[in-house]
Ligand binder design. Structure first.
Ligand SMILES: *Cc1c(COP(=O)(O)O)cnc(C)c1O
Length: 961
């Protein structure tokens, strides 16, 4: 009775594979008696943490939501007129429920396995089309992290393109009318690569300065002014200066696109296309440029190609130029981007269509104009002449305006020079404008006749600034405007994609664990979604508590002294951490310390981030066991001792092994005056058992979208906060607009928003709150148990590369597929594609070792699911054996021809040397629940030779059909 009275359903039992009988069966398959025995064989005792995690007691799912609602209600949702790059918007409910709140969309992975990702690839192609057509440029990628980092990527691009007379130019001009957070971030990103930022008035700047190689303008400007930049850009071009324009997408439905004004690159944010402000994110940054620069463009590009049957099929284009191939030659470190948010923005455009978007923009503009004219009528000086949605108004006393508007739960922007900014958006109505005008009228005890004002409204853009060109003429933007059409369109795309709602996705290094429904629920609460990142802090008390607790918890988990929640991806975390190390060395007068030692097996973002942080990369060897080659590391640490900045090391290693020598490695680096940067992507093997702090690292980023349950979203969003030891805490990044962020010697910002993608921190918060210290520790143990179980089952069939000294893997393992090339002509990719026929997404392909598969099951998979996966892998091994034995054809076999679509097998004349049943129902479970790939093997090279990265416009559509 006593027990029953206090029984609580533990969330950890929903998150972890926790069935006791299964656990026993798995342990005996592995050949150990207990989980503790397995762990002690896996993790060197020298690095085990002394104490168990000291975290608040685990909450049940329902307790958590109750408590969290109270915390959320401490956030005050005021009407935002702050603008500055963030605008309130309505997420159409059909998109809210069917994309943002739908695990089929949010649990998908980056579409590397394109044959089972055609749905989101289609929507990303829509996104690229949207960006191309609104900006008037030729090519666009499928999102960057935010507007400010997109501007920085543009700077990097132009810097890399410099040639001729400009080859040595080192100055990038930035209009002082750009958003302040963008200017701040450009300072961060320019300094380490030796670029100077020159901020000034674009109307008076002397462009003949031969050091200027590029420029950034804002359109409309941060204070709302709309300038015709055509002549300016033309004269810049004459001087061989390339121009980036940061542009607002909604404005571009009415205004002449920057591409038509001659801009070389256009960047910005797609936030106001249906994505909540979320106190800073996540939102999709966009990047568009000219066709001639496509090979230097950062981020991922979706393109059209064909499959083995000659059907149209989409996939990521130009993959060979991606950052992980270029490594230390990379100019960008973008890996995780903002796929889910670009999918939402594209869906928003599909739902509204060009006419709907224009109407929204026109209403927004009309309300702004009404307000501007009314304020003028009241005697206010409105400083903005031509504007779209934002005006800047002179006021006698900003604090009086602030008090009056905040009393009415309204936020304006305060420039601090007796002017205020007022930005309208999609959500604002006529009564909202009337209310705001009313406040301004009370302040001066005057009134204005709004009917008269209204009759004076006009479309006052001059002809040059009025958009003449059509946009979004493709049928996809013109047919799904009723909710039924939209619902069915979204469903049709969803059905093409394999995600965690179908089966385990065992992507090594990516940690595709459960993204629990309870963790996801608060993300779409308006208390989190509707806050502007620059809203007064006293309106964000709920968020501040969330940040504080999450900081404390992550410090406890990592063993560090302080955290920064600003970096909005793992790679941004790397960059932030390296910049902090750089600042630390500089503060001690060691500006010369610029060498980053990076093992050959490191993730491609590591060297890319180091280069962006102004470091020189020295690659160190790995030994035949996959460990860091200690002798080589020692030699290089000595050789570069004088200039050593840091070592970047992944732990457990990218090979899935806890290296015994890690403590020694950290000491060695410290002895040579360097810092240890730990890539925390593999934190899922550490939580509760060891920690970066215990091991001796100085900085570490956490991929919250891996270890801490933020779903991958099909390639973003993510969050990559960094933890640091006490001596580095003073340098944690600050923010130009929001005070009280970062350390007291803070480096400038690494993201546009002070707390990165704040609204999804709720997910990691929920995870930790519901798991508690014990639950988290069990998760790590279970992740290691699950991995070693798979290893035990698959080892007789596939060689496992690299294991620890006692034969165990950590939370992932590498299956060597290279021998099959020799024995049967079968490559790892064939196995990856064949897994689709079995209903599985492939493990990580060819990272960190070419020709291998890296399997990471995570703690959230049951024994039944692990067995299903192992059965599939073993069956595939038998299929390989048939080829080896000459029983199956060498080129026309189930592996080489995989994946099999319905249209391939449902034909009257079947002439392949294997049966259709074998092709599509290779094991009994597949018959019971079949996932059908919608295209067969995609020919990537074809699409790269004939690069098409947008939906055809209407006129071409007819001929294309
Ligand atoms: C995922 C990953 C990264 C990059 O993280 P993003 O969030 O994609 O930028 C870096 N290192 C390793 C080992 C990873 O697995």
């Amino acid at each position: 009775m006593k027990v029953a009275l206090r029984y609580q359903e533990l969330f950890e039992n929903r998150h972890n594979n926790a069935d006791e009988a299964d656990r026993q069966a798995m342990l005996s398959e592995i050949g150990v008696k207990s989980v503790e025995e397995l762990i002690s064989q896996t993790i060197p005792s020298a690095i085990r943490r002394g104490q168990s995690l000291n975290l608040p007691p685990a909450q049940t799912e329902f307790q958590f939501l109750d408590e969290f609602k109270k915390l959320a209600s401490q956030n005050k949702v005021y009407k935002s007129y702050i603008g500055t790059g963030y605008y309130d918007t309505f997420t159409p409910n059909v998109i809210l429920r069917n994309i943002l709140e739908n695990p089929a969309w949010y649990t998908a992975y980056t579409p590397y396995q394109a044959e089972i990702s055609q749905g989101r690839l289609e929507m990303l192609l829509n996104f690229q089309t949207l960006i191309i057509e609104l900006t008037g440029l030729e090519i666009a990628n499928a999102s960057l992290l935010d507007e400010a980092t997109a501007a920085a990527e543009a700077l990097h691009l132009l810097h890399a393109l410099k040639k001729g007379a400009k080859a040595k130019a080192d100055t990038f001009f930035v209009s002082d009318r750009c958003h302040p957070q963008t200017i701040d971030l450009l300072h961060t990103r320019a300094t380490p690569i030796g670029v100077k930022i020159l901020v000034g008035d674009h109307r008076t700047i002397d462009l003949t300065n031969e050091n200027i190689f590029g420029a950034l303008l804002q359109y409309p400007a941060t204070d709302g002014a709309v300038f015709d930049y055509s002549d300016w850009i033309a004269s810049a071009h004459e001087l061989d200066i390339k121009v980036v324009v940061a542009a607002d997408l909604l404005a571009l439905t009415l205004l002449t696109p920057p591409g038509e004004m001659g801009a070389d690159v256009v960047v910005g944010s797609a936030q106001r296309f249906g994505v909540p402000m979320g106190y800073g994110g996540p939102h999709a940054g966009y990047f568009a440029t000219k066709d001639e620069y496509k090979r230097q463009m950062p981020g991922r590009l979706i393109g059209v190609s064909v499959d083995a049957e000659g059907n149209r099929a989409l996939r990521m284009a130009l993959q060979t130029r991606e950052q992980h191939i270029r490594r230390e030659k990379a100019t960008s470190n973008i890996c995780t981007a903002q796929v889910l948010l670009s999918v939402m923005a594209a869906a928003y455009a599909v739902y509204h269509g060009p006419e709907g978007l224009k109407k929204i923009a026109q209403r927004t503009h009309a309300l702004t104009q009404l307000t501007a004219l009314a304020l003028k009528g009241l005697g206010y000086e409105v400083l903005t002449e031509a504007f779209f949605d934002t005006i800047r108004v002179k006021v006698a006393d900003e604090s009086v305006v602030k008090a009056a508007t905040e009393a009415a739960e309204i936020n304006l922007r305060y420039f601090g020079d007796h002017t205020v900014g007022i930005s309208f958006d999609e959500t604002k109505t006529y009564p909202d404008a009337v209310q705001l005008i009313g406040i301004f009228s009370t302040l001066v005890s005057k009134s204005v006749n709004l009917d008269e004002v209204e009759s004076a409204l006009s479309w006052e853009f001059n002809e040059v600034l009025t958009r003449q060109s059509a946009f979004l003429t493709n049928p996809v933007f013109n047919t799904h405007h009723s909710e039924h059409e939209m619902l069915r369109y979204l469903k049709s795309l969803e059905n093409k994609d394999l995600s965690l709602v179908h089966s385990m996705i065992s992507l090594g290094s990516c940690t595709m664990k459960l993204n629990a429904t309870t963790e996801m629920i608060p993300v779409t609460w308006p208390e989190f979604g509707k806050l502007h990142p620059f809203a007064p802090k006293d309106q964000a008390a709920g968020y501040q508590t969330l940040f504080k607790n999450l900081n404390d918890w992550l410090c406890e988990i990592t063993g560090f002294a302080a955290m920064s929640l600003q970096p909005n991806s793992g790679a941004q975390g790397e960059y932030a951490g390296l910049m902090v190390i750089r600042a630390y060395h500089e503060a001690r007068g060691n500006t010369h310390r610029n060498i980053a030692l990076i093992p050959a097996s490191a993730h491609g973002t590591n060297p890319a981030s180091a280069v962006m942080a102004g470091m020189k990369v020295v690659v160190t060897k790995t030994d035949e066991n996959g460990n860091i080659d200690l002798a080589d590391l020692k030699a290089k640490a000595e050789q570069y001792s004088e200039n050593l900045s840091c070592l970047m090391v992944t732990y457990p290693s990218t090979h899935g092994v806890f290296e015994e020598s890690i403590i020694e490695i950290c000491q060695l680096i410290h002895e040579h005056g360097g810092q240890v940067y730990m890539d925390g992507a593999n934190m899922n093997a550490q939580v509760g058992l060891t920690s970066p702090g215990t091991i001796g690292a100085d900085v570490c980023h956490l991929n919250l979208h891996k270890t801490f349950c933020i779903p991958h979203g099909g390639g973003g969003p993510g969050m990559g906060p960094i933890g640091v030891a006490a001596h580095l805490a003073p340098f944690l990044p600050g923010h130009a607009v929001v005070s009280g962020v970062g350390g007291d010697q803070a480096i400038s910002a690494v993201s546009a928003a002070p707390y990165g993608s704040a609204s999804i921190l709720t997910i990691s918060y929920a995870y930790i709150a519901m798991m508690g210290g014990e639950g988290l520790t069990h998760a790590t143990q279970t992740a290691i148990l699950n991995a070693n179980y798979i290893k035990a089952r698959l080892e007789p069939h596939f060689p496992v590369l690299y294991v620890g000294s006692q034969g165990r893997c950590a939370h992932e393992m590498i299956l060597d597929c290279r021998p099959f090339k020799q024995s049967a002509g079968i490559e790892a990719e064939d196995i990856a594609k064949r897994l689709m026929d079995y209903g599985f997404h492939a493990p990580t392909l060819s990272f960190p070792v070419a020709g291998t598969l890296m399997v990471e099951p995570t703690e959230s998979e049951s024994k039944a699911e692990l067995d299903r996966f192992c059965d599939a892998m073993i069956a595939i091994r038998n299929e390989i054996a048939e080829v080896e034995a000459g029983e199956a054809d060498k080129s026309v076999n189930v592996l080489k021809m995989a994946p099999h679509t319905q249209s391939v097998v449902l034909v009257d004349s079947w002439n392949r040397p294997y049966t259709r049943e074998k092709a599509v129902f290779p094991l009994p479970y597949v018959k019971a629940s079949k996932f059908w790939p919608t295209v067969s093997r995609i020919d990537s090279a074809y699409g790269d030779r004939n690069l098409i990265c947008a939906c055809p416009p209407l006129e071409e559509y007819a001929t294309a059909e």
